[in-house]
Design a protein. Sequence first.
Length: 138
Amino acid sequence: MKSFRKELLFNIPTRRAFINITPQVAECLHESGIREGLALINAMHITASVFINDDESGLHHDYEVWLEKLAPHEPVSQYQHNGYEDNGDAHLKRQIMGREVVVAVTDGKLDFGPWEQIFYGEFDGGRKKRVLVKIIGE
């Protein structure tokens, strides 16, 4: 069995964003040479997320509105976590959206259902962040 590891780097200038990282993950799969196996993609920061869904701007807007209702950024004083930071909401948003995804690799391709794409969710941008891509298989 082969193993491949690569970190994708992000520095999103806005506080929040959803970035389609499917092309970068597909490139990692190509680099790995693995034809059958599993790909794990996970955010390596506690205020960021990786998830699978549709690449549709209306849905991304709906996520933004929904997440802000569930865990509003302001007032930052509502979060005990916010001693010297202002990102208590980002930790909660990450918990809701998830840390990682696992995608089957079949015949050298990411084995998705209809419309599925992989996204990086940023909830506390403005600094460097990493996403781990780990692919195992043959």
